[in-house]
Design a protein around this ligand. Structure first.
Ligand code: B12
Length: 302
């Protein structure tokens, strides 16, 4: 930047600013692109030196960096080059959201009531970004789902709203654990719920804890017969089988399933999770995901 000083030390302002070459370099675009944008969209606006050379303010760099980021995200130059900085920041999602007075949980339920899909995803994203994995799963998401059940039982949420919320949570969790699992070469875990058990969100949470600990997940999902769980563990060379069981699954059936899996799965670790534990030899039961996560990390490292 050409800052010139008079012999007495004062700065002459006529030469302040960036040349077009310096601006192009700072923003990472070609000089010719900047000239084209100015010709087509009237931006960026330089001031001219007496020599006719362009000079740009430093603010222009920040503005054009937003422009190029948005173009990389798929916007056309004609949509973004003419915008001022505030409009660009809004488009880039950098603008501060308006202050909200209610708790994150209440905002989640409000979004569930109005079936505001984006609003619900945003609440999850925000918590996900701020909490560690166990804080998110055990501390935030599980209580939120339990409260969902209570509100449904009190008639404050309809079945449709509860189903809608559960689907959003499932999609969110899958969107986190599947890409992690796909790029890993750690031990394999098969994940399933036993026959008759349709509650699968705890299992998705377990899958996320495992994937975050470096494991690969083979997700069979809800309502899987015992023999098929065993066959999948054999076929994938799984080191562990993880199961989810809610209190609605009949205890006698669950005990039977766990005994059969223990007999058939040999040395493989078997974890079962849920709020109503059943004791069976060879089964590690967890009522939270912290335990599974810490065990899984040790296993993946060893
Ligand atoms: C969403 C939901 C459903 C959805 C499930 C959708 C899905 N894709 O999962 C649907 C609509 C299918 C459903 C159906 C039913 N549901 Co329902 N459901 C719920 C609800 C609201 C949330 C469940 C949930 O995901 N909780 C979140 C989990 C993750 O919480 P959590 O178990 O506390 O999880 C922690 C630990 O248990 C552990 N953990 C959990 N899983 C695992 C796994 C592993 C490997 C490990 C290590 C740890 C672990 O870590 C977690 C985090 O800390 C609950 C309410 C509640 N209180 O949970 C009712 C609830 C479980 N359902 C209930 C009932 C009765 C039913 C139905 C019988 C209703 C009906 N009449 O049709 C059916 C049964 C369907 C079936 N055959 O399985 C009752 C069960 C009560 C009981 N004692 O029997 C509850 C408690 C609601 C209530 N208050 O009455 N349900």
């Amino acid at each position: 930047m050409g800052i010139e000083r008079e012999p007495d030390g004062t700065v002459t302002t006529h030469d302040l600013g960036l040349s077009i070459g310096a601006l192009a370099k700072a923003v990472g675009v070609a000089v010719e692109t900047l000239r084209t944008w100015e010709r087509r969209y009237g931006q960026p606006v330089p001031h001219r030196l007496p020599s006719g050379h362009r000079r740009y303010s430093l603010d222009t760099v920040d503005r054009l960096r937003l422009v190029t980021a948005l173009i990389e995200r798929g916007h056309k130059p004609s949509e973004v080059v003419p915008l001022d900085e505030a409009a660009l920041a809004r488009l880039a999602g950098l603008a501060e959201p308006p202050p909200e007075s209610t708790s994150p949980e209440e905002r989640w339920f409000e979004a569930a009531r109005t079936m505001d899909e984006q609003g619900m995803l945003r609440r999850l994203e925000t918590r996900w970004a701020r909490l560690d994995i166990i804080g998110f799963l055990d501390g935030f998401l599980a209580p939120l789902l339990i409260e969902t059940g209570e509100r449904w039982a009190r008639g404050e949420l309809t079945i449709a709203q509860e189903h809608f919320a559960s689907e959003i949570v499932a999609q969110f969790l899958i969107g986190r654990w599947r890409p992690m699992s796909a790029v890993q070469d750690g031990p394999v875990a098969v994940a399933a719920t036993p026959s008759g058990e349709r509650h699968s969100l705890g299992l998705h949470m377990a899958a996320l804890a495992l994937a975050a600990a470096g494991w690969q997940i083979r997700f069979l999902g809800a309502d899987t017969p015992d023999d098929d769980i065993v066959a999948a563990a054999d076929a994938t060379g799984a080191r562990a089988v993880v199961l989810g069981a809610s209190p609605s699954l009949a205890r006698a059936q669950l005990e039977d399933t766990l005994s059969r899996l223990h007999r058939s799965l040999g040395e493989r670790a078997i974890w079962c999770g849920g709020t109503a534990p059943v004791e069976r030899p060879g089964i590690s039961w967890a009522t939270n995901l912290a335990e599974l996560y810490h065990w899984a990390r040790e296993q993946a490292a060893g």
